[in-house]
Design a protein around this ligand. Structure first.
Ligand SMILES: *Cc1c(COP(=O)(O)O)cnc(C)c1O
Length: 411
């Protein structure tokens, strides 16, 4: 979204007009921005054996999945439903990596039947897997290297208390299980969580994976997960993807030489690909002055964008309807009967009731975490592709709330 001639635009389309055409609240995604991020990642990791597995939990709209497929991306799925969405979008089973945690063995069997790559993060599941499939179905193992990503424990998955992965200290146990059942280990995986600040943390994790990899002879790939940080605020520190690309590629090449064959290098970016491509458009219902502050209350809430409340995430908020003049300080809140503060003390161009407020970085973990809380309806989604705005998800209707409910008749 750019400010051109006093109007916010996406690919030359006026954002306010998009809001008028499709209504609010509305998620809008810019396909060009997704493409630019994809290209940047491809350029940073330019080796021929690099695979990008888009982490579709960040934004799982079918049209977005199809767009990423067209770009050449593959897919990382964390549930059997995401696997089925991926297949529906046209990904082949071999392009899909299934990385569940704490799921039933039945779900894993279902994924095996669908033919996708299986990534296990629990020794007891590995045992059951070996017991059921022996050598017939290859598997990837998710390791916990016990490094801490960023500073936020809520989004870090690699630390000691984390439920994710099999601890690197359980290597001997993994090896026994693999040997006992003659399991074919085709990949090793780590994903230390969102918001990796520098290449050094990543490289430390990589070195741990390389050491682990020497325990297995038939690897096909090493999956470095994701955690690439993007800017939410001006001057935010972000992952220097080019620097990381250069250093990790060099380390990987070195490792492959000593391993004796070239392996594939996999990544699973979610946020990096789609976060900045999304804006969330809301309309101001009320401007409310209290003794303490001025609230701008919009036609949405934590039911549509929970990241500020759940992760203390900062989303920049802009008044799309007024882009000049003096700024005043607002606290932007939602209409849910909870404290759902989107932004505290934000200097913004003067807000009038009816103005469109846009939330930036609303591509990742935004719509995909939306709910029907307060019996509110989920918003529509629009994808701007080749200069045109396409509706890619209809706004929910009241009937959707009744669907699957069984209303008893009390005589
Ligand atoms: C969520 C997730 C990702 C994506 O993380 P981002 O921070 O959005 O890039 C990658 N891999 C796995 C296994 C995940 O659970």
């Amino acid at each position: 979204m750019e400010l051109t001639d006093g109007k916010y635009q996406i690919q030359g389309l006026n954002v306010e007009e998009i809001a008028d055409t499709f209504g609010t609240p509305l998620y809008v995604y810019d396909a060009d921005k997704i493409q630019a991020q994809y290209d940047r990642l491809k350029a940073a990791f330019s080796g021929e054996h690099v695979k990008i597995k888009y982490a579709c939990k960040s934004l799982s709209n079918l049209s977005v999945l199809k767009l990423l497929k067209k770009m050449g991306s593959e897919l990382d799925c964390v549930s059997i439903q995401e696997v089925k969405l991926g297949l529906t979008a046209g990904f082949t089973p071999s392009q899909i990596l299934y990385t569940p945690n704490c799921v039933s063995f039945q779900e894993i069997e279902e994924a095996v039947k669908l033919g996708v790559t299986i990534n296990l993060d629990n020794i007891s599941l590995l045992e059951q897997f070996g017991n059921t499939f022996n050598h017939t179905v290859p598997v990837c193992i998710r390791l916990n290297p016990h490094i801490m990503a960023g500073g936020n424990k809520k989004i870090s998955t690699g630390h000691a208390d984390s439920k994710f992965g099999i601890s690197i200290y359980q290597m001997a146990h993994i090896e026994r299980v693999v040997k006992t059942y003659n399991i074919q280990v085709e990949g090793l995986h780590m994903h230390t969580g969102s918001d990796i600040l520098d290449a050094e943390v990543f490289l430390r994790g990589a070195e741990i994976l390389f050491d682990a990899a020497r325990h297995f002879n038939d690897l096909r790939f090493i999956d470095f997960g994701s955690g690439f940080k993007v800017a939410y605020k001006e001057n935010d520190i972000t992952t220097d993807i080019e620097d990381l690309g250069e250093k990790l590629t060099a380390a990987f090449k070195e490792f492959c030489k000593s391993y004796g064959k070239p392996l594939e290098m996999w990544f699973e970016p979610g946020k990096f690909l789609v976060s900045e491509a999304g804006v969330f458009l809301t309309r101001t219902n009320v401007v409310k002055t209290t003794p303490a502050t001025v609230f701008a209350g919009v036609d949405s809430g934590l039911n549509h964008l929970i990241r500020p409340m759940m992760y203390d995430a900062y989303h920049e908020i802009l008044n799309v309807s007024k882009t000049a003049g003096t700024k005043r300080v607002y606290t932007v809140v939602g209409y849910i009967c909870e404290t759902d503060t989107f932004g505290l003390d934000r200097p913004m161009h003067e807000i009038k009731e009816g103005d469109i407020l846009a939330f930036k970085n609303a591509g990742a973990y935004a719509f995909s975490m939306a709910s029907n809380y307060n019996s509110r309806l989920r918003p529509a989604e629009v994808l701007v592709y080749q200069g045109q705005a396409h509706l890619v998800r209809e706004r929910e209707e009241f009937e959707d709330l009744l669907k699957h409910q069984v209303a008893l008749d009390f005589k």
